[in-house]
Design a protein around this ligand. Structure first.
Ligand code: AMP
Length: 117
């Protein structure tokens, strides 16, 4: 799908709106979710403009791995890795995606049921 640069995460990247940043590097930013669904809930987003997981290109392969490694590293930094955390990527409105800038959810700090709702 076409990328809309007015989406809320693009605005966070441009620092037009605030976010509780946990990590930033050349390729991505991690920040706390504004409506947490678990005691720890943060998002990892690429700086590159990718609307959905399925819109990533072959040249984004390393970037996608970096997002997951960053998710794990930030979970470890926050001290929630040992007790377990869950990584979720919603692709498309049918899966619950509401912000069309690719993002990795990381949830931790409570029992996480399976299968997810
Ligand atoms: P999704 O439903 O997968 O698209 O997830 C979007 C997530 O972004 C939701 O969990 C929202 O709570 C979160 N969110 C929306 N606006 C903001 C914001 N300004 N700062 C942090 N998280 C946000």
């Amino acid at each position: 799908m076409n990328y809309d640069p007015s989406n809320v995460f693009a605005r966070i990247l441009r620092q037009e709106i605030p976010a509780q940043r946990l990590h930033e590097d050349e390729h991505c930013v991690a920040f706390r979710d504004v409506a947490p669904q678990a005691p720890t809930h943060f998002l990892v987003i690429p700086k590159r403009s990718i609307a959905r997981l399925g819109d990533a290109a072959p040249e984004d392969t390393l970037l996608l791995g970096h997002l997951l490694q960053t998710a794990a590293a930030v979970a470890k930094k926050l001290g929630v890795a040992d007790d377990g955390f869950r990584v979720v990527i919603n692709h498309g409105a049918g899966a619950g995606q509401t912000v069309f800038h690719l993002h990795v959810h990381v949830l931790a700090g409570r029992n996480l049921g399976w299968p997810p709702g």
